[in-house]
Design a protein. Structure first.
Length: 171
């Protein structure tokens, strides 16, 4: 009988242990939870930028001490130093046209100072007063480009030209 009792005890012990393992497994499974999330994406209109009106400092004479010619975003022209403005070509602010997603804002990046050249002669341009942000009202915007042209003392006469790069990106 001692062997039988031990077998019954072992069976009871195994049964109790199996029930405890099953209960623990069920309890752990009962604590797990899951849910469903959502995902979304929005595709916007790619931005474009195109050159409009060229920045033009107009005609002027450079005298003995040089100076600057300044064009505001409104197109107003002024001079400093001994630069004498001529009314032959009054100058105009440059423009760039931007298109993109309506009502979006964007950042504007202009160039570092760059040169206008005529043969071996040059003058430096800085885009002082250039806006750094804009808004695409109805999906379009115009960037007004002001500038300051540094004119050397007795700057050599000639037709000076140069290029520069503007960049835009969504904020």
């Amino acid at each position: 009988m001692g062997v039988v009792v031990k077998r019954k005890s072992i069976r009871r012990g195994l049964s109790t242990c199996m029930v405890a393992i099953a209960a623990a497994t069920l309890a752990a499974g009962a604590q797990a939870a899951s849910t469903t999330g959502t995902a979304s994406a929005t595709v916007i209109v790619p931005m474009t930028i195109t050159a409009g009106t060229p920045l033009n400092f107009g005609t002027f004479a450079a005298n003995s001490t040089g100076g600057t010619v300044v064009i505001s975003t409104a197109g107003a022209r002024s001079a400093t130093g001994s630069v004498a403005l001529s009314s032959t070509t009054p100058g105009v602010a440059g423009t760039f046209n931007v298109t993109g997603n309506a009502s979006s804002t964007f950042a504007i990046t202009g160039p570092a100072p760059f040169n206008l050249t005529s043969g071996a002669n040059s003058m430096q341009v800085s885009l002082t007063g250039l806006a750094t942000t804009g808004t695409l009202s109805a999906g379009t915007a115009t960037i007004l480009v002001p500038g300051t042209l540094t004119v050397g003392a007795n700057q050599a006469p000639g037709s000076y030209t140069g290029t520069y790069t503007m960049a835009v990106e969504y904020n």
